[in-house]
Ligand binder design. Structure first.
Ligand code: NAD
Length: 437
């Protein structure tokens, strides 16, 4: 990537600065506060491995903001995880929660490890010790983790159990979300992010901004990543009448003009460990998938997939960011020039944290809601958030909202508008609370 420096801190700063330039009267001191994490916790601890050796692990929990309530965000286990990456994701969580009107701030956690090289018992010991190290940080009303890459419902069960053992006699279920159903997990949580992507797209398309693409039915959809988010999105879009023309996983992608049945893809992947090689499909590289002929492209794998190098080759009319941070700022500018719309991560994939919030509410009330109730509430939240961002985006175009001189009268794109709305809400709440002392 010759044209741009890709670094999570720089990227999230650029996105923030672009949005902040549209918010007049945002005091510099407040900008500094909103840019920086509230707390960064770095922990090290030794673990006895199955073979009797001892290994030291490094983990992070970054709390970006707590203006609206307890901080909320996933924990990822990955060899490349860093404080920079975790900090930028913690910020995304603040904006995402604000955009969805959830009473949460933003946080993120990470542990440097390769889960593929660890046994279940080692993972359990690591998770329990990591939880112990962060015992004073986590709490049902202070900081609430959730699963992220290479962590899952089982990891959350271990965190809950450890926390509850150390702090017994209370209802500690709301200390984590994304738990197994048996421990108070919510119906609909595993599907929430992919389903939320579908609800967001449905609402966005209904605004009739893209000629010949006003509904999901009939749209050709390409999805990068066939994990939790990608596979559920494939099912949801297929159920709405879309043609799933391409999907991929870390081994590569497949394409067919005629469309694929997501159940067949799942069955094939279950048997062969990858989607590649499915009968009657063309094999694509992951780079080719992003540039294939389609109407809607859903990056649902990892960061920085759409960059200055490939943005100009994208043929989709709409990009729906299932993954966090899949598009770089330079790519955003190119997509804009090419008239390609994009529903940004903090809006498109906010279904996950939204149903996590529902889980937290159910846990506090010791209730279990029906699946239909969860999905109806999710749809309402997604529709409301899309409408708020869309209205503001339109206001900039019809002159209801003035673009400050600092941005030379250029109206902001959807990512920027979503960020403007979120930042304004957090800034307003900060000032209304009053700066203490
Ligand atoms: P996952 O681990 O279940 O799935 C990831 C998928 O991406 C796998 O199929 C993997 O093979 C594939 N993949 C990895 N690298 C790839 C590459 N370079 N090209 C193509 N495919 C690749 O993870 P997930 O939970 O589905 O999360 C995916 C993304 O969505 C992440 O960015 C995550 O932060 C974001 N996200 C997830 C949730 C959630 O609720 N799960 C919520 C919000 C955002």
């Amino acid at each position: 990537m010759d044209n741009e420096t890709i670094n999570p801190v720089i990227t999230s700063q650029q996105q923030f600065d672009t949005a902040a330039a549209y918010i007049e009267h945002l005091q510099k001191g407040l900008v500094d506060f909103l840019k920086k994490p509230k707390h960064t916790h770095i922990v090290h601890f030794p673990i006895e491995m199955d073979d009797g050796t001892v290994k030291t692990f490094e983990g992070y929990r970054v709390i970006h903001n707590r203006v609206f309530g307890p901080s909320k965000g996933g924990i990822r286990y990955h060899p490349d995880v860093s404080t920079d990456e975790v900090t930028s994701f913690a910020k995304l969580m603040t904006w995402k929660s604000a955009l969805m009107h959830l009473p949460f701030g933003g946080a993120k956690g990470g542990l440097v490890c390769n889960t593929k090289e660890l046994s279940q018992n080692e993972l359990k010991r690591i998770t329990r010790r990591f939880t112990t190290e962060l015992f004073d940080v986590f709490g049902p009303d202070t900081d609430i983790p959730a699963p992220d890459m290479y962590t899952n419902a089982q990891t959350m069960a271990w965190i809950y159990d450890t926390y509850d053992v150390l702090n017994s006699g209370k209802n500690n279920r709301p200390v984590v979300t994304g738990k197994p159903l048996a421990l108070g997990g919510s119906l609909g949580r595993p599907e929430a992010t992919g389903k939320g992507c579908m609800f967001a797209t449905q609402r966005f398309l209904s605004k009739a901004l893209i000629p010949d693409l006003t509904e999901i039915a009939g749209a050709r959809v390409a999805i990068q990543g066939f994990g939790n988010v990608g596979s559920v999105a494939a099912n949801e879009f297929h159920r709405q009448g879309a043609k799933i023309v391409a999907v991929s996983d870390s081994s590569g992608g497949i394409y067919t003009e005629n469309g694929l049945d997501p159940d067949d893809i799942s069955a094939f992947k279950q048997e062969h460990g990858t989607v590649v090689g499915m009968p009657n499909t063309l094999t694509l590289s992951n780079a080719e998938l992003l540039e294939c002929e389609c109407d809607i492209l859903i990056p649902a794998a990892s960061v920085y997939q759409i960059t200055a190098d490939n943005a100009a080759n994208i043929k989709a009319k709409l990009i729906v960011e299932g993954a966090n941070d899949p598009t770089t700022p330079a790519a955003d500018a190119i997509l804009n020039q090419h008239g390609i719309y994009l529903i940004p991560d903090i809006l498109a994939n906010a279904g996950g944290v939204t149903v996590s919030y529902f889980e937290w509410v159910q846990n506090h009330a010791n209730e279990q809601w029906e699946l239909d109730h969860v999905n109806e509430k999710l749809q309402k939240k997604m529709v409301k958030a899309i409408d708020a961002v869309f209205k503001r985006w339109q206001d900039y175009r019809v002159g209801e909202c003035q673009c400050p001189e600092a941005v030379e009268g250029v109206p902001p794109d959807f990512r920027t508008v979503a960020l403007i709305v979120a930042i304004e809400r957090v800034a307003e709440a900060t000032l209304v609370r009053g700066l203490w002392p």
